[in-house]
Design a protein around this ligand. Structure first.
Ligand SMILES: NC(=O)c1ccc[n+]([C@@H]2O[C@H](COP(=O)([O-])OP(=O)(O)OC[C@H]3O[C@@H](n4cnc5c(N)ncnc54)[C@H](O)[C@@H]3O)[C@@H](O)[C@H]2O)c1
Length: 451
């Protein structure tokens, strides 16, 4: 399902009109389906620098059955088949001069990228550099990748993963995610992994098999999509929403064979009730997704205390209180647990009329960063996902013009779907994502806002 304009722009008549008028030409994105190959075409892998990550990349591609082709030669000789992905291992950069080989590799390779292709650059974190020249070379990757993202056409994306020394094993899960259709609407992102004990994904089709996953705000919208994707990936989902949404919540839970739990997450006894439910009914929890969120928009100067307080209570305080209660309840949050918190692009860019909402969503980003070390000590992780413009009931209420502009000002020229946020959250929830901790991943099609 794409938005109406994407459907129009890809119809026979719409293609002609949009071409003639120079209008945005969004394409339908390659989205994940179980059993589908990781990539729809071969990959070329190049390096700029020492290339420390080559073995990890090769192993992931081999396990996924992806064909690896030799890089295109500098004189432009190319193979025939269009590429599914272009991967640059830029680990070991020491000076900006090393980046010349990045250019030499990327330029001809990207010319051969097919629609919904992937460009992925792997590098060392700039913060760990030991000389200014090395830091400059590593930081240059940031501008390079974001610019490639803006130049790519036809639903292709560009992302980067920074991999510190010793964290090589943590690269596999992000690599698979960024190459796959799960990351359809994740573009222009720079993820930093950390060293961790990374278990293999034993079952690629059901990476959450046997897990118990709580999803708040699951009665509709993004939360319902998260519940569906988690169940598809093998989890038993405890779907939580307010009693007023009880009927819709029951429908979602029934459809996925999950459990419905009516709970206002801001109630004083909500953390304890959730803990007890998980202990008694499920013996613990593996994945917690703090998705429930509300908006109460007004300019700050006109905002009453109630609007401020309710938004803070649902979007931020409930996430803090429930997470703390789970950490405190002996044995309920299982070792290796995954907590994923829904933030927002507004929490990064700010938004007129949303001081309360943006403050709450920025708070979520600070919260996961601060909690990450404590989670790592238990073999667990806590991360945030910041959606950009996602086509839901929330955004359907916007005036037509605002909605149209909001959904076009990103590199993919379209709004994301709830499933795009859900796939990113489900990936962060996998056991294999142990090396992704304290991060905020935007699901925004490389929105121009806040980037
Ligand atoms: N739609 C977007 O474009 C967008 C963009 C950025 C971030 N987000 C965030 O994604 C999340 C989901 O958004 P959505 O668009 O699906 O919203 P939505 O309004 O469609 O759904 C939110 C759900 O949360 C539930 N909820 C609200 N208060 C609750 C409470 N106190 N206790 C339990 N459940 C409660 C609601 O009943 C509803 O079912 C929110 O955190 C939102 O801020 C959405």
């Amino acid at each position: 399902m794409a938005d109406w304009y994407t459907n129009f722009a890809n119809s026979g008549f719409g293609t002609t009109i949009t071409k003639q008028l120079g209008l945005p030409r969004p394409v339908e994105l390659r989205r994940y389906e179980p059993g589908q190959p990781l990539l729809p075409g071969p990959v070329v892998v190049g390096s700029a620098g020492a290339g420390r990550l080559r073995d990890t990349v090769t192993a992931v591609l081999r396990d996924a059955g992806v064909t690896v082709q030799s890089p295109v030669t500098a004189d432009g000789a190319t193979g025939g088949e269009k590429l599914g992905a272009v991967i640059l291992d830029a680990s070991g950069l020491t000076t900006p001069a090393d980046l010349a080989s990045a250019h030499d590799f990327l330029a001809p390779a990207i010319k051969r990228l097919r629609a919904s292709g992937r460009v992925l650059v792997l590098a060392d974190p700039p913060a760990d550099a030991t000389t200014p020249a090395q830091a400059a070379a590593r930081q240059a990757v940031d501008g390079l990748v974001r610019s490639i993202g803006k130049e790519l056409l036809d639903g292709s994306t560009a992302n980067a993963v920074f991999v510190p020394e010793g964290a090589e094993a943590s690269l596999a899960a992000p690599l698979r995610f960024f190459l796959s259709g799960r990351s359809a609407y994740v573009d222009g992102q720079l993820l930093t992994v950390s060293p961790a004990d990374v278990p293999a994904n034993l079952d690629e089709d059901e990476p959450l098999a046997g897990a118990v996953a709580v999803v708040t705000g699951a009665a509709r919208g993004i939360g319902a999509a998260i519940a569906e994707v988690m169940a598809r990936d093998g989890a038993h989902v405890v779907a939580v929403d307010v009693p007023a949404a009880g009927d819709a919540l029951a429908r979602v839970a029934d459809e996925i064979g999950g459990t419905a739990l009516q709970l206002d997450i801001t109630a004083a006894d909500a953390p304890q009730r959730l803990v007890e439910h998980l202990r008694e009914r499920h013996g613990g929890v593996d994945v917690v997704v703090h998705n429930a969120g509300i908006t109460r928009d007004k300019l700050l100067v006109n905002m009453d205390a109630a609007r401020w307080n309710t938004v803070m209570a649902v979007n931020l305080q409930a996430q803090l209180d429930i997470t703390q209660a789970l950490l405190d309840a002996d044995g309920v949050l299982r070792d290796g647990a995954r907590v994923v918190c829904v933030s927002s692009q507004s929490g990064i860019a700010g938004n007129r009329g949303q001081t309360n909402y943006a403050a709450s969503k920025a708070g979520v980003i600070g919260m996961v960063r601060a909690w990450a070390p404590e989670f790592a000590a238990r073999g667990a992780t806590i991360n945030a996902v910041a959606p950009g413009f996602i086509v839901t009931e929330m955004t359907a209420k916007m005036p037509f013009g605002t909605r149209e502009i909001g959904s076009r000002i990103n590199s993919l020229q379209q709004g994301g779907l709830p499933v795009d946020v859900a796939e990113t959250i489900a990936w962060l929830s996998q056991p294999a994502s142990a090396g992704v901790n304290g991060q905020t991943v935007r699901v925004c099609g490389q929105s121009m806002l806040g980037a």
